[in-house]
Design a protein. Structure first.
Length: 313
């Protein structure tokens, strides 16, 4: 998967640039794990409630059809059942998104904790907070992976082409392309008082995750993690028992396989969008891929939990 989280840094004398040692990271990790498990449980409850209300709405619809009631005939009881089902679907989606974001944050910090434990490095507090699903201090963006200058330049150029000039009106399609380029890289487009295009770092949560993990997060909603050999080496340096190392590597392998399933789904979906030849996948293949990909949040939680126990043991 992606390279190990970069945590080495020169300790700044500036008091605003706080750092965390191994004990501080491990203490934070335990708190983050407890909250993530709460969020995951809430997501499970929201899914169960969604299923319950959706089934109730479908049963009423089937009964209306069986009774020969026209679709245009008003029925307050069916209307509220349908509305409750719709709200439950939206709520469940929000909860699932929150659970994935917290699971990714926990997995990221757990990996950092292993690096810190194995190397004795300090880690900037802002780096630990980088995948926080809410806010971040302005200076924290500086601890994210740098965006290549060519990406910034291309985004700036695309946004400039979208501007109106003496001969042409503003190009909305080019503007949309520029905004898409910026968003994928964790950037945002702004303009000076003179109308000049400027490309800025975006400190919003989704932009930070994209800076941290790139296409892996965009396409599969998975954080960048070490490969299996790197993880085993770090845990061995930490002094973890062989059984713990084996459990961690197995947890990572399961995440990798589920992420690969999600990436395959995206590939097949793109083939359909592009009207390319029919993908070499039948309904059973799709079902198998989705069944595997839908486990990603739980698998990330397991990976993070195994690493948390390893560094705190």
């Amino acid at each position: 998967m992606n390279p190990l989280p970069h945590v080495s840094t020169t300790v700044s004398p500036d008091a605003d640039h706080a750092h965390m040692d191994r004990n501080a990271v491990n203490e934070f990790l335990a708190k983050l794990g407890a909250v993530t498990e709460e969020v995951a449980a809430e997501a499970g409850a929201a899914d169960a409630r969604m299923s319950e209300l959706t089934d109730a709405s479908e049963e009423l619809l089937e009964q209306r059809i069986a009774d020969g009631i026209p679709r245009t005939s008003p029925d307050p009881r069916f209307t509220i059942a349908h509305m409750r089902s719709s709200m439950a679907i939206t709520t469940a989606r929000w909860h699932r998104d929150a659970a994935r974001e917290f699971a990714a944050w926990w997995a990221d910090v757990a990996t950092i904790a292993v690096v810190v434990s194995a190397t004795g490095q300090l880690v900037p507090t802002a780096r630990v907070a980088a995948a926080d699903p809410t806010g971040i201090a302005d200076d924290g963006v500086g601890y994210l992976p740098e965006v290549p200058e060519e990406t910034r330049s291309l985004t700036r150029l695309t946004a400039t082409f979208a501007l109106p000039d003496g001969l042409n009106q503003a190009d909305p399609h080019m503007a949309a392309l520029a905004n898409e380029q910026a968003a994928r890289a964790g950037l945002k487009i702004s303009h000076t008082s003179d109308g000049e295009v400027v490309v800025l770092d975006d400190g919003e949560p989704e932009a930070r995750r994209r800076r941290l993990w790139g296409d892996l997060w965009i396409e599969a909603r998975v954080p960048g993690l070490p490969d299996q050999r790197e993880l085993a080496d770090l845990l061995n340096k930490h002094g973890a028992p062989a059984s713990t190392v084996a459990d961690a590597v197995e947890a990572l392998r399961e995440v990798e396989e589920a992420a690969a399933a999600m990436l395959r789904i995206r590939e097949l979906e793109q083939s359909v969008i592009n009207a390319e030849p029919a993908p070499d996948a039948d309904d059973d293949d799709w079902d198998a891929l989705w069944s595997q990909a839908e486990q990603l949040t739980a698998l990330l939680v397991r990976y993070a939990s195994v690493l948390t126990d390893a560094v705190r043991g």
